[in-house]
Design a binder for this molecule. Structure first.
Ligand code: 0L1
Ligand code: MG
Length: 261
């Protein structure tokens, strides 16, 4: 376990790599004592700094929740991260890549919560009861690690590679859909880049929220009413560059498009 001063130093390195985007070696190279809990301690420090700067926490992301993503990244458990209001882009936006290192996109199902969830063991039924809407999302990831070489502790400290996200399509009541079998198609420049079913996310995307609430509980927190939750990409993440147009189709939930400039 790392001491508070070392965790502060890591948080400074991560915050700088995110703010004036540049790559860094995976954090465990320089800080071999960094473990998963330490990664979340770094996230807490990022949140404290961003909140002090007037930035607003609006929700949480689960990442690495599908087998495809776990295999792509060489990890065996999901990660969680924080979502700030200034990460949001509007549907149809033109997103500048200038402020990113190596952006990648993934299609995921977002949950908009109407009630708080708390405790070590909420059920899928309780999660569906607490959900106002489910909605299509595109997450734009930007890992700050050189050549995508990282481990779970490092990626957690980098807030799960969070950069931007877009909500779109049609908000739907969660019980009006079978959330295990929604087909997702991710297109880049008119070509199909990835296909998946929503059940690729832990069998049911609400399972990512079940694990998230348990993680929040372990850190003395809850999932507040009003939160946006990204449940994790069902496919692997697809690289994008300036000029690319990305279109994500979600069965019975509508579509989202974004362009990169
Ligand atoms: O949202 C996520 O699945 C987190 C992924 C973290 C690793 C990556 O940069 O792909
Ligand atoms: Mg994601």
């Amino acid at each position: 376990m790392l001491d508070a001063a070392t965790l502060d130093t890591i948080a400074t390195q991560v915050a700088e790599a995110q703010a004036a985007p540049h790559t860094m070696p995976k954090l465990t190279d320089d800080f071999p004592g960094l473990d998963v809990e330490g990664g979340y301690d770094v996230q807490d420090r990022l949140l404290a700094r961003w909140s002090a700067d007037g930035r607003e926490l609006i929700g949480y992301k689960a990442g690495l929740t599908s087998k495809a993503k776990m295999e792509q990244m060489g990890v065996t458990e999901p990660s969680f991260g924080i979502l700030m209001r200034d990460f949001v882009d509007c549907e149809g936006s033109v997103i500048p890549t200038g402020g990113m290192i190596h952006p990648r996109v993934e299609a995921e199902i977002a949950f908009l919560m109407k009630d708080e969830l708390a405790g070590p063991d909420v059920t899928i039924e309780e999660i569906l009861d607490a959900t106002e809407f489910v909605q299509p999302a595109i997450e734009i990831l930007d890992s700050r690690f050189e050549k995508f070489k990282f481990d779970l502790a490092s990626v957690i400290a980098d807030n799960g590679s969070a950069a931007r996200f877009v909500l779109g399509g049609r908000p739907r009541r969660p019980r009006d859909l079978d959330l295990r079998t929604i087909g997702l198609v991710l297109e880049r420049n008119g070509e199909i880049a990835a296909l998946a079913s929503s059940g690729a996310v832990l069998g049911h995307p609400a399972e990512a929220i079940r694990m998230m609430v348990s993680w929040l509980h372990s850190r003395g927190r809850t999932l507040p009413a009003g939160s946006v939750v990204l449940t994790g990409g069902a496919t692997e993440a697809i690289p994008v560059e300036a000029g690319d147009a990305v279109f994500a189709r979600f069965q019975d939930m509508g579509e989202i498009s974004v362009r990169f400039a």
